[in-house]
Design a protein around this ligand. Structure first.
Ligand code: IFM
Length: 461
């Protein structure tokens, strides 16, 4: 067998999903509505008019889905718990049926040799909290989220030791709140705020909720566990690997990395120039040293969701670098508008994160994947060679990072199956497994066969 692109035995090859995108059963067994349940019902919010009410019907079909996952040899699975399924109004009584569902799911995974990684929040804010106090606009959400995290971990912590507090903070804070008029592309909870400073405050509250949840998870977990969050940031790749271009990419990364998220959580501070700009332009809310210390609660594992990147090179200007725009014909995936083919991004994002922040914990690629216009061929198969090309090259970047000694210990492919792609409804397919949303029939694509073989050989095939 060839020895190229091999991974160590400990490396976790997984797949990822999120509750609202696959579960359906939006109001069953006592579940409360989420902000996505409510927003998606407003005409025009989701471009296709779809909602997540049924999605992949995973709530009822989870056993068959886990069977399929196990048959493909996938041994690691990142999924999310829906907060309003566990606490329907966000901060009141616990819904036993909701917790019991996740308990069955985790037990089903363990019975099939699949290790869970649980995300506690993947955008399904309990609508009741939006109605009560504006959810992320209020500091009250910090304690409510920490309480919810503690409840889930107290129940499942004997069977799960990998916890992700929040997924992609920007998507439900900066992109889920608006000043003035709602705009196209606005995410749930789609809450209006009075000023840019209030919008920044939603990020502050989310990161405080993350820090508080890290403490709650550690307090509730009956066993040592790995805790972190899943961060999305525009990755940057040097055009060449000359010393000058690499230094340029690093300088660009320092300036680009989200000050109130990555920077604050990993350093316990904020960049001075960002604070100065925020104060000058009025979009910075008060942030105390205690806030920063609470956000920077040490984590064990940083999740990086990496899909695409921009290119950077050295330049003779004050910054010492410039971003190089992608040519019009540059390969792009699925018409998402942001998903360009830059597979080196996984290696560089991981390396720059470690170098810039001296991050000593583990890193996992908590999401990576692509969207393709998959269709059945005459032979009855879905020959998604474009997805295989994307994944193969991406995993080579991951393997390079591991081989060079970066602390990258896992890769969770987005996504196990086609699902509700938020504002795009069911039109955009990211799955290894095709879902016919009319019949709920699952069909593994060629990429699933390729991933299964990669996992079997523990190398990029
Ligand atoms: O489907 C989403 C996921 O919920 C969050 N990260 C990006 C994916 C693809 O858009």
């Amino acid at each position: 067998m060839s020895q190229s692109y091999c991974f160590p035995d400990t490396f976790r090859f997984g797949t990822a999903t999120a509750a609202h995108q696959i579960e359906g059963a939006w109001d069953e067994d006592g579940k409360g509505p989420s902000a996505w349940d409510v927003c998606a019902r407003q005409p025009g919010f989701v471009r296709t008019g779809d909602t997540g009410a049924v999605a992949c019907d995973h709530y009822h079909r989870w056993e068959a889905d886990l069977d399929l996952m196990a048959a493909l040899g996938i041994k690691h699975y990142r999924f999310s718990v829906a907060w309003p399924r566990v606490i329907p109004d966000g901060n009141g009584a616990v819904n036993e049926a909701g917790l019991a569902f996740y308990e069955r799911l985790v037990d089903g995974m363990l019975a099939r040799g699949i290790t869970p990684m649980i995300t506690l929040f993947h955008w399904d804010t309990p609508q009741a909290l939006v109605d009560q106090y504006g959810a992320w606009t209020s500091r009250r959400i910090v304690d409510d989220f920490a309480r919810y995290a503690g409840i889930v971990v107290a129940r499942l912590g004997d069977r799960c030791s990998d916890w992700v507090t929040l997924n992609e903070v920007a998507c439900f804070t900066e992109w889920g709140h608006y000043v003035g008029r709602p705009y196209e592309g606005l995410n749930a909870p789609a809450v209006q705020v009075a000023s840019a400073a209030e919008r920044t405050q939603t990020v502050l509250h989310a990161m405080l909720a993350h820090g508080a949840a890290v403490r709650a998870i550690r307090a509730a977990s009956p066993q040592p566990c790995r805790v972190g969050w899943a961060h999305n940031e525009g990755a940057l790749v040097p055009v060449t690997e000359s010393e000058a271009d690499v230094a340029a990419a690093k300088a660009a990364f320092v300036e680009a990395s989200s000050p109130l998220k990555l920077h604050a959580a990993l350093t316990g501070s904020l960049p001075d120039d960002w604070v100065a700009r925020g104060e000058r332009d009025g979009w910075l809310p008060p942030i105390s040293d205690e806030d920063l210390a609470a956000i920077a609660e040490p984590i064990d594992q940083l999740g990086l969701n990496v899909y695409s990147a921009g290119y950077v090179r050295a330049a003779d200007n004050a910054r010492g670098y410039e971003q190089v725009a992608l040519p019009k014909a540059y390969p792009e995936f699925g018409g998402m508008g942001w998903l360009n083919f830059v597979p080196e991004s996984l290696y560089w994002h991981c390396r720059l994160t470690c170098e810039v922040f001296n991050f000593a914990g583990e890193i996992v690629i908590s999401e990576n994947g692509c969207c393709c216009a998959d269709s059945f061929s005459r032979d009855g198969r879905i020959n998604d060679l474009d997805r295989i090309m994307y994944l193969r090259q991406s995993l080579k970047g991951v393997q390079r990072a591991v081989a060079e000694g970066l602390p990258l210990t896992g890769y969770y492919l987005w996504s196990f199956m086609d699902n509700f792609e938020w504002l795009h409804g069911y039109d955009k397919r990211f799955g290894l497994v095709h879902v016919d949303f009319a019949t709920q029939v699952r069909t593994p694509k060629e990429s699933a066969r390729w991933y299964a073989e990669t996992i079997r050989q523990r190398r990029v095939v």
